[in-house]
Ligand binder design. Sequence first.
Ligand SMILES: [Zn+2]
Length: 278
Amino acid sequence: MLRRDAEHVQVGTWPPVVLPDTPAVRAVLQAVDGVRDTRRVTRVAAQRSGLDEETLRATLADLHRAGAVVDATGWPASAPVDEVHAAVLRGDDPTGVARRRGFAVQVHAPGSASGLGRLVTLGAELGGLSVADPNQEPELLVVASVGEPARDSIDSASQSGMRVLPVVLAEGRAVVGPWVHRGHTPCLRCADAGETRWGGRPALLPADRGFDRPHGVGVSVLQAAAALVVGDALAAADGKRPVTVGSRWVLGARPGAAAHRDVAFAPECSCHLFAPVS
Ligand SMILES: [Zn+2]
């Protein structure tokens, strides 16, 4: 809380909530300590200021509406606290964060891409997702490969209904996507068909050997790729649309300036036939 001018105080900075500097506002803000519930805030403010509780209750309601204070009653205690706060600041329902535990992520990565696996696993855990053990079927399978992955392995994983997110590491770059949810989103074969049709180039060929060769992807690109993967896993867990749906993201020397290519359903690919009938 800052003093803004002679008549106003402000709460927060980005963006600030500007409030009139009245005895009631001051009494309520001083009684808010992050622990007391609204009833106790009002009572403590009344005891300290001598103002009546009804006025202070109305002031607290005003501050709540303005976004200067939040009521944390009912926030999930088991969810990561920073994620809960982040949801509140975004204007999302914070109780949704507790449901992330039911969304399990698993990473398949060869030895030379294990760094990506560690970063994604760490991010998923910090975000409140579950990390599936090898015997479990996850909601999201992240398939990291050095060079293009075998399309058959992506197909067979997605056929069982889980979402699959391929991450290709090669030649200093990471390519993330497309998010494959069979029948719902364009798949990697759709992406291949698009490359052939629009790029005038041959489709990318999956590596049939040297799967675990060096990829030259440094930690800054690896972290950016992991951030994209974790962000999409959280989006899916929260019922939002992952950014890699219908899109392949290429992260190169300047990971902050990622380029992406759209991927549409290809008529020659049968994946769209598996769309659920509604
Ligand atoms: Zn397809």
